[in-house]
Design a protein around this ligand. Structure first.
Ligand code: UDP
Ligand code: MG
Length: 310
């Protein structure tokens, strides 16, 4: 038998923990037929509700259920990293606790790894049904932008639901960066990936942890982590303004020397100064964003801290 580690990041999912367990066990037969045994790792990402005690209850009756409990909320990316680190299986799969990632796909996903030459099986949703229109719009724009400015492949609608062989897990674990944009990390490590598509499924219980503002900041993290194009953009703006200034200087010299027309007017000067200082601050801000990410990386703080482990 080969071991399949199921990693479930949970943040305030007390209702979903036992429910997920039941739904997963429904696939046990089919997985056993594929020679795979289960190990279930719930990563409690600093939940403030009864998530950890629900997992403890499951652990009491089924020792294949494990718990990794963080000292506070470190975010899903950290929970994924911790789960992969703790996984001991030959295969590992990442799944949301809210059953938006259907466990029924697992046997088929495993088949691709076992019978075909794939190293990982990823999923993407083809529809964004049930999502606010504005959010879908900006999500699409984000992926379109990323395609242009990043060399790492970041797939539109890709979920974190992904089954991997040990070699892929080890590759992801070797990326120890603090600012973890998992969607980019998956693309960056490469390997042969099979994509499965399914329709969006709404979460069973509880609320999504993401609002528009959080998603917006997350998209900025993605850009900063997987593209340096904004820095090139800054240089280009600088160059454009240099050329513009040079042309203006020539115009003024010609006007004064040949036409004898003294340049007048401070309103134009005020406009130019405020425009250019605006552009300068914007560019400084872009550089500052990269600097702040670097600052966090250089500190080498741990990605997560564990409070309890079962
Ligand atoms: N999650 C987490 N830490 C967080 C936020 C979310 O571990 O800070 C978990 C959450 O419990 C769920 C998964 O990540 O299992 C996906 O979260 P959610 O369903 O809120 O995101 P959505 O599906 O709406 O993108
Ligand atoms: Mg969800």
């Amino acid at each position: 038998m080969e071991l399949l580690s199921v990693i479930v990041p949970c943040y305030n999912e007390e209702e979903n923990v036992p429910y997920f367990y039941e739904e997963l066990l429904r696939q046990e037969e089919a997985l056993r037929a594929r020679n795979a045994a289960l190990e279930l790792i719930y990563v409690d990402d600093g939940s403030t509700d009864g998530t950890a005690s629900e997992v403890r209850k499951l652990h009491e009756k089924d020792r294949r259920v494990r718990l990794v409990s963080f000292s506070r909320n470190f975010g899903k990316e950290a929970a994924i990293y911790a789960g992969l680190k703790k996984a001991s299986g030959e295969y590992a799969v990442l799944m949301d606790a809210d059953l938006q990632d259907p466990p029924a796909l697992l046997p088929e996903m495993l088949r691709y790894l076992q019978e075909e030459q794939y190293d990982s099986v990823a999923t993407r949703r083809v529809t964004r049904k049930g999502e606010p229109v504005i959010r879908s719009f900006f999500a699409r724009r984000f992926y379109a932008l990323m395609r242009r400015i990043s060399r790492t492949e970041i797939v539109d609608g890709a979920r974190d639901y992904r089954l991997m062989k040990r070699c892929v897990v080890d590759a992801i674990l070797s990326m120890t960066e603090y600012n973890r944009f998992t969607k980019g990390i998956f693309g960056w490590v490469g390997f042969r990936t099979k994509w499965l598509e399914y329709e969006n499924i709404e979460r069973v219980k509880g609320e999504t942890k993401w609002n528009f503002w959080k998603l917006f900041l997350y998209s900025l993290d993605g850009i900063l982590a997987f593209s340096t194009m904004p820095l090139a953009f800054v240089s280009i703006i600088g160059l454009i303004f240099c050329v513009l200034a040079f042309i203006l200087i020539l115009v003024i010299i010609v006007k004064t020397v040949i036409l004898g027309d003294p340049t007048s007017g401070w309103p134009s000067l005020v406009c130019i100064i405020s425009l250019i200082s605006g552009v300068q601050l914007l560019c400084l801000g872009i550089v500052g964003q990269y600097l702040s990410k670097m600052y966090m990386e250089v500190k080498k703080r741990p990605i997560y801290l564990i409070k309890e482990e079962l």
